[in-house]
Structures are given as structure tokens and as C-alpha cells.
Design a protein around this ligand. Structure first.
Ligand SMILES: C[S@@+](CC[C@H](N)C(=O)[O-])C[C@H]1O[C@@H](n2cnc3c(N)ncnc32)[C@H](O)[C@@H]1O
Length: 349
């Protein structure tokens, strides 16, 4: 197989980069303007991160590449966010992606976002994005919603993946990986820091809140996961974490009658998923380090991608790029095969 280069915009901690690398791409440039992401990224990879605001980077300063990957900010389109879409300053960052595609003309791009992008503003947001990519930029675009649980992870995380080729080439999104569904219990740590256990006071607060909601007939509130099942999507913010609780052995400092509820851990052994467990749910290897605070790390892991899904999509992209390369090569070796050979075929080889 040939070697192709890639760049990774809105790279966060480098989840996309890892998936692309695992699929054989050489990722030569990454950008993200969050200083905590930068610290995590630079601890784990042997090259630095361009940490300037993307809106301030002239396209000519971005290296040429075959594949442009971008997981542009999803909060403006997310059910958990304000849903302001392009009216949110973060929503317009898609136009930065379009600007760079237009200037750099990569062979292919891979964009990732929340599933809700499809239905946001009654489908108008996605329509605008597709019109820009197809009509204004001239790419052949495919999109699909893929769920991380179908790619060997015990996490239900449905995201939209948008792939566009400059040339006309066949492309298919990956099939589900047909293996036995991994379970939450497969990724749990054996020894867990006391920090992760909820205090008795906090747990009672959550339980009361849930009871009030279920009395009103709504399903809001915390959730304790079945260890034989899978987790909900990891998201940024506490509310998501409270839907991904598990029951473990009791804390050494578990509450019993008469003790201070604020200073003791709950009497049921309920705890949050640890940083390592969340990282495993996204497919990060245990060698991946998190040098920033737990709060920042949870945020980074809620924002990042599921590495095996990126890898699976990137492998499909490589297959298409390889097909294109051999098609272009045979046209050059044998010009009569084609009525006209596009100048692009020569330029790309
Ligand atoms: C959804 S996250 C992408 C996460 C990433 N794919 C990963 O694997 O970790 C969006 C990222 O966009 C970055 N970002 C937001 N505004 C930006 C800007 N103006 N310039 C550069 N990066 C920006 C944020 O810091 C955040 O890390």
C-alpha cells in the first residue's frame, strides 16, 4: 500500500491522529488552540501542536497533505449544547475547514461531528455543509452515522462521519466489526482511587432528584450501568458522567448510620468511571498519558473520538486512494485508455 500524508485540525488530544496513524497515514501537522489539549498531545506525541487559533492561520502556512481530518467543535449542534449552530461563534469554524480545503485541495477529507448535526435546524445545517463541500468546493461527498459499539468498544456513541474525494472514486464506509460485543466489565480497573466514589451526601442528592423526576413521569437522573452492558456516550460535563455510574466494592470510608454524609462515601459502592476507564471506552491504549487535572481530562475524553472508528474509516479511505492511484497510473502508462487525462492525474502522482 502507498503512504499518504494527513493533517488533523481541531486535533484535541490527538484521537483522530492515532486512528489515522493506525490506518497507515503519516500525520504531519495538528492544530488545536486549547492549552490543556496541547499539554496532553505533546506528552504523547513526538511532535508539537500548532496551538494558534485556526481563524488566524493563513492557509499557506499549513503543509500540503493528501487527507485533511477535522473534528470541528460540536457543541453548537449537540443536543447537550445550546444548539445555536452557525449562530454560535464555534459553529462557524466549519467555514475555516472549508477555507483550508479550498486553498490546499487535499485528495480527500474526513470530518467528524455529533449525530445531531443531521437533524439540526430541521436538516438545514447539514444541507448547508454538504452544499459547500459538493457545489462550492467540488468534492464527491459521502456521509454516514456510525456507532462506536459496532467497532469493538463497549460505548454507545453515534457520530456522523463525512468523507469527500476530490476525484470520482468508489468509497464505502466500514461494516460493523463482527465480534462479540465487549462489555463494560471488560474495561473496568481492578483498583480504584477513593476519589471516584460519590459521597453519601452527593449520592442521596442524585437519588432524590431522580425520585422527583420519576414521580413526574420523566426518566431524568443518574444511571448505574449494567456491567454486562455498554456505556452511554462519554460527553463533556457532569450530567453525562452521572449517567455512566457503576457499582463497585464498598469504599474503605463507606457511610454508616451516624457518620457525616459529606465526609463519607456512599454505602452502595457507587462510583464514576475512572479516567483510564473512559480512555479505554474511546479505544486509547493504557500507555496514553493524561498530564492535566481530572476535570480537564474528563473534558478531553468527552470531546475526543473513538479511535477504532476513525481507523476503520481511514482504512476504507486508503483503499479508495490506492484505487485512484492505480487508475491514474494506468492512464499515464496507457494514455489511449482515457479520452482525456485530467491534468490533476499528473499533478497527484
Ligand atoms: C470536538 S473537539 C475535537 C477533539 C479531537 N478530535 C480529539 O480527538 O481529541 C474540538 C476541538 O476544537 C478546538 N478548537 C475550538 N476552537 C478552535 C479554534 N478557534 N482554533 C483551533 N482549535 C479550536 C477545541 O480546543 C477542541 O479541542
Amino acid at each position: 500500500m502507498s503512504s499518504f500524508t494527513a493533517i488533523d485540525l481541531f486535533s484535541g488530544i490527538g484521537g483522530v491522529k492515532m486512528g489515522l496513524q493506525q490506518a497507515g497515514f503519516n500525520v504531519t501537522y495538528s492544530n488545536d488552540n486549547d492549552l490543556y489539549c496541547r499539554k496532553t498531545f505533546e506528552t504523547n506525541f513526538n511532535h508539537g501542536l500548532d496551538h494558534r487559533d485556526i481563524t488566524l492561520i493563513p492557509s499557506k502556512e499549513i503543509p500540503n497533505h493528501d487527507l485533511l481530518a477535522a473534528g470541528f467543535p460540536c457543541q453548537p449542534f449537540s443536543m447537550a449544547g445550546n444548539q445555536k449552530g452557525f449562530k454560535d461563534p464555534r459553529g462557524v469554524l466549519f467555514f475555516e475547514v472549508a477555507r483550508i480545503i479550498k486553498a490546499k485541495q487535499p485528495k480527500v477529507f474526513l470530518l467528524e461531528n455529533v449525530k445531531n448535526l443531521k437533524s439540526h435546524n430541521k436538516g438545514e445545517t447539514l444541507k448547508t455543509i454538504l452544499t459547500i463541500l459538493e457545489k462550492d468546493l467540488g468534492y464527491n461527498v459521502h456521509y454516514s452515522v456510525l456507532n462506536s459499539k459496532d467497532f469493538g468498544l463497549p460505548q454507545s456513541r453515534a457520530r456522523i462521519y463525512i468523507v469527500g474525494f476530490k476525484d470520482n472514486v468508489e468509497f464505502e464506509f466500514p461494516e460493523k466489526i463482527q465480534i462479540k460485543q465487549p462489555k463494560i466489565s471488560d474495561i473496568l480497573e481492578k483498583k480504584v482511587d477513593e476519589f471516584y466514589y460519590l459521597s453519601q451526601k452527593y449520592y442521596e442528592g442524585l437519588a432524590n432528584h431522580k425520585a422527583r423526576h420519576s414521580a413526574k413521569g420523566s426518566g431524568f437522573g443518574f444511571e448505574i450501568l449494567n456491567p454486562n452492558g455498554i456505556s452511554h456516550s462519554l460527553v463533556v460535563g457532569n450530567m453525562g458522567r452521572e449517567r455512566n455510574l457503576i457499582k463497585d466494592r464498598l469504599s474503605k470510608n463507606a457511610y454508616s448510620e451516624g457518620m457525616d454524609k459529606a465526609k463519607t462515601k456512599n454505602a452502595l459502592g457507587v462510583r464514576k468511571l475512572t479516567i483510564r476507564e473512559c480512555a479505554r471506552l474511546q479505544g486509547f491504549p493504557d500507555s496514553f498519558l493524561f498530564p492535566v487535572s481530572r476535570t480537564q481530562t474528563y473534558k478531553q475524553l468527552g470531546n475526543t473520538v473513538s479511535i477504532p472508528v476513525i481507523k476503520a474509516v481511514a482504512i476504507q479511505i486508503r483503499k479508495s486512494l490506492d484505487k485512484l492511484k492505480s487508475k491514474n497510473k494506468s492512464l499515464i502508462d496507457n494514455p489511449k485508455l482515457g479520452e482525456t487525462i485530467s491534468l490533476r492525474a499528473f499533478v497527484d502522482l
